[in-house]
Design a protein around this ligand. Sequence first.
Ligand code: DGL
Length: 297
Amino acid sequence: MSHHSPIGIFDSGFGGLTIFRKIRELMPQYDYIYLGDNARTPYGNRSFETVLKFTAEGVQYLFSQGCPLIIIACNTASAKALRSIQQQYLPKTYPERRVLGMIRPTVESIQNKTRSNTVALWGTAGTVNSQSFVLEMVNHAPKVELIQQACPLLVPLVEAGELEGEGLEYFIKKYWKQTEIQNPKIDTLLLACTHYPLLKNKIEKILPKNIQILSQDELVAPSLAEYLQRHPEMELLITTGGNCRYLTTDQCDHFDHLARIFMGQEITSEKIELKEVKLLDNPRHVSLNAEKESAAG
Ligand code: DGL
């Protein structure tokens, strides 16, 4: 029997596929398992406790499949659950394995990209309210002022396949108006939700030409490649061959249909059930400290 120890990619649903697509393009040699918790998506408006519970269950499942390294390819889960998982769950259960998130690699790459040191962030309400990006900026991009704007309707529009059209345009204009009014010096917009890379072209057409748009899929994949270079002991554990499994907690046909849009190729998924995980003391306190280690760390 062949032994696989793939890189695990976890997301609340489809969004993480935008990140995974770039990771796989950059590092096609590794084996991967993608897990989307589609039965319980979206996570964007859920509480700390709930996002932590769901994320821990996904992480536990991917570990049970032999993943030595998991990327939480979801900003909301990275903002609300990653720190608790890294600090409380991993040391007790899988001290030699690693779980990395989205926030730190994103923040570390921002600092060299803004000239006015004023960056806007669009994300889910959960990501914005967690303040995780702001806290991480204090350590890794202290000169940059971050203007946050929650865009709660963009995820449902993407999931409804509305990647063009007047409805989408209306909300992009509305969110931009609410953003720029907070600080006219903004020169960069960070798309801090895994669904938004699919809207990048549309957003670029609507926003003023002097605003640079940064999409996380372009930031996180190179950061993971660097991480693996710096951690050969981890790299050696990951099996190669380019095998890829797609798991979902909801109906496969729905997953396969939308995943095709995100990945730009035919996908065949498997349905799985997640089990409860025994955790954790004080998730809110721990999560607010943002990420301990990242693809860049
Ligand atoms: N993947 C989530 C994120 O990046 C968006 C979808 C959700 O709300 O679950 O924040």
